[in-house]
Write a protein that binds this ligand. Structure first.
Ligand SMILES: [Zn+2]
Length: 290
């Protein structure tokens, strides 16, 4: 299907289907679609991972982001076989998934291209977040000149994570606007690097068993997130990131639903991961005190 034909598709399900059927071993086809949008800037991280930034025209704009690489990026003889049955997209190939992580998010970005908000399509998310770490150093003003960042790249249904880039106020705002459930801050993703002065959230987009041949996506859940994302970005306001608040926030286990044991366990795991990654020079995140 050519680009012209993509523009003729109006059904959300067909747009999603279109993006799930792009080559999962390469990011080029997806990048080229966004690169042709008005004002789009294409750049590359120091390790050679490309990204496309499409500036939003709205005064109060949000940055919407998704990664177009998949865990099958660069693999040879690897082609997905996307099946759709009873509201579920799944794989007909026993060794390859459908790349819904994160082509599901990419399809939403495409659908929100005329919303007045900025779009950022990264690559290398599955490779230690190469692009977002680069952008957070070199283009941090461009990226942080938004009300907040919405990443559309989490497994599951009606959930969100803010990792270390939320605030109590921001988390409340997301809960109210989306009705989604806040879950623990463990692990990292693009927004953790990108958010320097503003808050960020990662919304679930309805995929499950990502990174495996058993990967599937529930269409109704994806559609609900699309609606929730639209509500979230409409007439938005700015949420500054306050590092001091964050420490207090993650200590308040009663308010956010995890107990002491879980929290200590979680911090220990994070510290271990940070130590490992620091050896390879990847993350630039300070250790968390127990
Ligand atoms: Zn992902």
């Amino acid at each position: 299907m050519k680009k012209e034909e993509l523009e003729k598709i109006h059904s959300k399900k067909k747009i999603l289907n279109y993006f799930l059927r792009r080559d999962i071993t390469s990011t080029e086809e997806i990048l080229s679609i966004f690169q042709k949008m008005p004002g789009a800037i294409r750049g590359e991280s120091s390790k050679g991972y490309p990204y496309v930034f499409v500036p939003g025209k709205a005064k109060n704009k949000v940055l919407l982001t998704a990664h177009c690489d998949t865990v099958w990026d660069g693999k040879v003889n690897c082609k997905q076989d996307v099946k759709y049955k009873k509201g579920v997209f799944s794989s007909g190939n026993k060794s390859v998934g459908i790349g819904a992580d994160d082509r599901a998010g990419i399809a939403m970005l495409y659908l929100l291209k005329n919303s007045g908000n900025s779009l950022l399509i990264t690559t290398g998310e599955e490779r230690k977040m190469s692009c977002s770490r680069y952008l957070s150093e070199r283009e941090y003003e461009l990226i942080n000149d938004h009300n907040f960042i919405v990443q559309l790249d989490k497994c599951g249904n009606k959930e969100f994570k803010c990792y270390s880039v939320g605030s109590e106020e921001f988390i409340e705002y997301i809960k109210q606007r989306t009705g989604f459930k806040y879950i623990n801050p463990y692990s990292y993703t693009d927004i953790v690097s990108l958010c320097k002065t503003i808050c960020g959230v990662n919304l679930s987009v309805g995929y499950y068993n990502e990174h495996s041949a058993d990967e599937y996506l529930i269409y109704d859940e994806w559609k609900e997130t699309f609606k929730a994302a639209k509500k979230l970005i409409k007439n938005s306001r700015k949420f500054e990131l306050d590092k001091k608040n964050i420490d207090e926030l993650y200590e308040d286990e009663d308010k956010f639903g995890y107990n002491d044991f879980d929290l200590l366990d979680l911090i220990e795991q994070m510290n271990e991961e940070i130590k490992r990654e620091n050896k390879d020079g990847y993350y630039d995140i300070p250790e968390i005190d127990l």
